[in-house]
Design a protein around this ligand. Structure first.
Ligand code: PHE
Ligand code: NA
Length: 500
């Protein structure tokens, strides 16, 4: 019988957890979220969200994984038999995310190559949407596969599945040990270079200038919580899965603090780098910084190419570093999402890691090709929006309410983690999880629903929103519940035995 896999060292686990947390969200999401929600003043709600939700939930998920030593469904089943479906739900959310996340990594690979000789030319916008994505005119149409995207997507999957096939310490840990340090070095070079550009100071001014009036706006606090959930990869089954490979004696609380602060450090660094670059661009065009602020796909694949175009010398190199950073940050996150269902499938269906990788990996690969079609970008946008605003938030809310209120699980988890951790957590931890987080997430969900009833997200047609947004969230819950009816092998009840 195969033994349960383990991280090779504590350092390996932290690198993998930070590798999962540090992703595209740090680079292209955080800077704009902070800027639009009060600039320097945003750090107050942001820190508050880290302390009341980010770190407490990270500790919760690390403890569940480390104590119950299983994939998210199995760990939650061992915590309480009625909690298994939640694990599947979170795992399915991860499944959906990975299908489009892989496609974004594939674009970044293409752009790394395009950077040699800045092949996007003088009109990066039509280059990206037209020449690269070959995007359909109308949202809601699928069109055909775009071969130029399909090939890099298949490459991304080949690498990810190979690493996962190699296993926890020989695959995931090893990859993170290389990718994360290289990512940090590349990113530092980018930030330093950006800081020395003309106009960088105006960019930083715009980023850090505090707008204290906004602090009273509920939206700002919602944005802070949303950023933290997404950024720390909590509520996705990821952290439960990764911590299930920790050795019996591991300092959980410390690991949670390190992961959270490393992730925020990288966010801050990205905010500085991105705004220095935006300041440079505004300066070149003789406009105010606020006119060039953007985020997400547009920032990375349209605005950055324009910035690189105007670069004073060595612009190809800057482009390569930037897009390769996206590739590295994205790859380590992608692998963490895929591992959630590799682990779940392996345990539930009692198959080897190799079989789990081949079967579920192949399914994910095929599904991800939907996003490599002419209509792929619209779909990606809608699915991403709904998964982020409803999937993750709701799954996180259900997680804290079930565990804290219904299963009264916090005391047991608290004594478990305190017994093996240096820093001890006290009443604040329980209070945050059972009161503060549910109230804020509940309000967030309510506000999201109200917003979406008022108008269609992005002005998209209602059918597209229903089929690709609402349906994806609903189906993931239903399949989650159905899977929890399938019985585990008998030794699943005993957390000291492995299900392999
Ligand atoms: N935490 C990642 C980020 O900040 C996001 C992420 C990771 C999303 C893993 C999904 C899966 O980008
Ligand atoms: Na992050």
């Amino acid at each position: 019988m195969e033994q349960r896999q383990q991280w090779g060292s504590r350092y390996g686990f932290i690198l993998a957890a930070v590798g999962s947390a540090v992703g595209l969200g740090n680079i292209w999401r955080f800077p704009a979220v902070a800027y639009e929600n009060g600039g320097g003043a945003f750090f107050l709600p942001y820190l508050f969200a880290i302390i009341t939700a980010g770190i407490p939930i990270l500790i919760l998920e690390f403890t569940i994984g480390q104590k119950y030593r299983g994939s998210a469904p199995l760990s939650l089943f061992r915590l309480n038999k009625k909690a298994e479906w939640l694990g599947w739900w979170q795992l399915l959310i991860s499944f959906v995310i990975c299908t489009y996340y892989a496609v974004i990594v594939a674009w970044a690979i293409k752009f790394t190559i395009y950077s040699f000789g800045t092949q996007w030319g003088s009109d990066p916008e039509s280059f990206f949407f037209g020449s690269v994505l070959k995007i359909a005119d109308e949202p809601g149409t699928i069109g055909g596969l775009v071969p130029g995207i399909v090939i890099p997507v298949l490459c991304v999957w080949a690498v990810a599945l190979f690493v996962l096939y190699r296993g926890v310490s020989k695959g995931i840990e090893k990859l993170n040990k290389i990718f994360l340090p290289v990512l940090i070095v590349m990113f530092l070079v980018i930030v330093i270079r950006a800081l020395t550009l003309d106009g960088a100071a105006q960019g930083l001014d715009a980023f850090f200038k505090p707008n204290w009036d906004m602090i009273l706006d509920g939206k700002v606090w919602i944005a802070a919580y949303g950023q933290i959930f997404f950024s720390l990869s909590i509520g996705f089954a990821i952290m439960i899965t990764y911590s299930s490979y920790l050795p019996k004696k591991s300092d959980i609380n410390n690991n949670a603090f390190i992961t959270a602060f490393a992730n925020s450090g990288f966010e801050l660094l990205a905010g500085i780098g991105v705004f220095a670059a935006l300041g440079f661009m505004a300066n070149q065009q003789g406009v105010a910084v606020e006119e060039v602020v953007s985020s997400g796909i547009g920032l990375a694949f349209v605005v950055f190419p324009s910035i690189i175009n105007e670069f004073p010398g060595m612009n190809g190199l800057f482009g390569v570093l930037f897009f390769l950073s996206l590739v590295f940050a994205g790859m380590t996150s992608l692998i963490s999402i895929v591992e959630t269902f590799i682990a779940g499938v392996q345990e539930k269906f009692n198959v080897s890691r190799t079989k789990a990788v081949l079967t579920s990996g192949l399914v994910a690969t095929v599904i991800s090709l939907i996003f490599a079609t002419n209509g792929g970008l619209y779909l990606l946008d809608v699915v991403d929006y709904f998964i982020n605003n409803f999937g993750i938030v709701t799954a996180g809310l259900v997680e804290v309410i079930l565990i804290a209120w219904f299963f009264k699980g916090l005391n047991g988890l608290q004594s478990h983690t305190n017994a093996i951790s240096d820093i001890r957590i006290g009443a604040w931890w329980k209070f945050c999880l059972s009161v503060v987080t549910p109230i804020i997430l509940g309000y967030m969900m309510f506000d999201n629903i109200r917003q979406n009833l008022k108008e269609n997200y992005g002005g998209y047609p209602t059918e597209l929103i229903l089929y690709s947004g609402v349906l994806v969230v609903a189906v993931s819950i239903i399949i989650g519940v159905l899977l929890s009816f399938k019985k585990w092998k008998s030794n699943a009840l005993d957390k000291n035995r492995e299900v392999v």
